[in-house]
Design a protein around this ligand. Structure first.
Ligand code: GDP
Length: 180
């Protein structure tokens, strides 16, 4: 992959999408980077990571430019124990994603949180409840509670299908990485 000179960016950040299978991680990446929802087709990224350049504005008005390298778990990852340490290494941030129609996926988030902190101790994480276009089985309050428990930099409910809050969630993590 060809990458523009690093001088053009204030930061290059490796961010990970973590969470149980089928919560919508690949779909969120494709929505964010390419503006598409692959629907029932297998949402495979087909590369180790996708790149998105993002501009954020800090509280004092300073504009910053960040190159996000967004990593997805491969299709072979069916449980947390299938993720090797290299995937986490040097990661700056992670979206911890649950499916708000499946309570088991929220309950697993602390394990994902621990796994990424074990290999990337200074990683910053943001909890996301995806599929908010569907009928929920997890209240917003319960999602927020988990976000507080996991020291999340922010909390969003998103839909990769409609695009709701997808950009906001990624951009909020990017801003937290460069410093608000
Ligand atoms: P991953 O295994 O976490 O990467 O999940 P995928 O991105 O492959 O998505 C799993 C399934 O959920 C696919 O059938 C997607 O089309 C569907 N899906 C993903 N995000 C959403 C969403 O926001 N809303 C709805 N209704 N379906 C979604």
């Amino acid at each position: 992959m060809r990458v523009k000179a690093t001088e053009n960016y204030d930061m290059i950040a490796k961010i990970l999408l973590l969470g149980e299978i089928a919560v919508g991680k690949s779909s969120m990446i494709l929505r964010y980077v390419e503006g598409k929802f692959p629907g029932e087709y297998q949402a495979t990224i087909g590369a180790n990571f996708l790149v998105k350049n993002v501009r954020v504005i800090q509280k004092n008005g300073t504009r910053k430019s960040i190159m996000l390298q967004i990593w997805d778990l491969g299709g072979h990852v069916r449980t947390i124990s299938h993720v090797g340490p290299i995937f986490y290494q040097n990661a700056n941030g992670a979206l911890l994603v649950y499916d708000l129609t499946r309570p088991d996926t929220l309950e697993k988030l602390p394990l994902w949180y621990e796994a990424c902190h074990m290999h990337a101790p200074r990683i910053k994480t943001l909890v996301v409840g995806n599929k908010c276009d569907l009928e929920r089985k997890i209240s917003k309050e319960d999602g927020k509670k988990m976000a507080r428990r996991l020291n999340s930099v922010d909390f969003y409910e998103t839909s990769a299908k409609t695009g709701d809050n997808i950009e906001q969630a990624f951009n909020s993590l990017a801003l937290a990485l460069i410093g608000r």
